[in-house]
Design a protein around this ligand. Sequence first.
Ligand code: GLU
Length: 423
Amino acid sequence: MKSLTYADQHTTAWSNYLNQLDKVAPFLGELKDRLDILRRPKRSLIVDIPVEMDDGSIQHFEGYRVQHNLTRGPGKGGVRFHPEVNLNEVMALSAWMTIKCAALNLPFGGAKGGVRVDPTQLSKRELERLTRRYTSEINLIIGPQKDIPAPDVGTNQQIMAWMMDTYSMNAGSTVTGVVTGKPIHLGGSLGRVKATGRGVFVTGREVAGQIGLNIPEARVCVQGFGNVGSEAALLFHEHAAKVICIQDHSATLFQADGIDIVQLMEYQKRHHKIQGYAPENEIDADQFWKIPADIFIPAALEGVIDEHIAQTIQTRLILEGANGPTLSGADEILSQRQITVVPDVICNAGGVTVSYFEWVQDIASYFWTEEEINQRMDNIMKKAVYDVWYKAIHVNCSLRTAAYILACERILIARKERGTYPG
Ligand code: GLU
């Protein structure tokens, strides 16, 4: 079977989202007639970003900021720097943020941004110039009460610091609340870097408990060893699970008696890849989905679980650390095979939850301890897991459809109450 290229996966991202939305319609009663509002983004901005390169030449990059829905509050969502980012993908990612924020009951709408660039090919100065010009180009539509960017694939704290500084320079005063995921001494929040991976573990542990799966001794496979995959792997490792396989862009590492995640993280920090850590344990990349395990954690990019993988994967639980890793046809098959999927909009929502705390702390200029942050995050995430779990039992649907029902109800009721301007 031909595997999807990155470009194929991303032209399918928006249609994957629309298919997910169609599955919710029958559960929405009279609100169903209002669902069209979620079938298109509210606002999409495409910008040209000219950058003076270190050799004096000028290169042009294409950037995007999409605000999918702002009914429940300002837009919220990351910025992705990737060589194949496109409008279709950013639209899907922004829509997933709308659903995620509503499913967690955070007071935000959904947005996402991206720049079509390979950040690893730029010098630090070029990356800074690109980030600052992108921020200036989207300046009109972002702001602490309008739309608050954050890190995503290919961006980090440094990029958030440059975005905050550029916005502040244009505003004439320091505006820390315009982006989240900033460095700690610039109004960043404790716990933000680890939050997404931590949320994958917390939601995974709760759902594992519901399906009678013991975390100690559970065999875990993780795809992606970046910010999300490595922290999730570490927490499972610390709770006595056996992380038997890790895959990143460079290699697939398999060790039946469990990989020492602490050591692998140290290696990865030095080499920026896992290849070479234990060459004798490296296997072919296409073996990854064939390994029998109890838990799979896709924590890289979208569209990786297709129908073929859904039919053949041997696992009990899938924790979606990435956004949109499961194609909608595959989702049906996993449901029929009674493999439990904790959907991205709940599973990876730890990041945006602590982003919410960061925004609140910036506005109040009063900062919390890491214990407070983790405690509040656990409360919000556990509540979301159980709301979704009982909704799924009540209406007899998958956890994803249940999360979409809860989110769509919250958004569409708010929309109904606000009415349609100009009335
Ligand atoms: N990029 C992350 C996500 O997909 C975080 C977004 C945020 O913190 O606003 O959820």
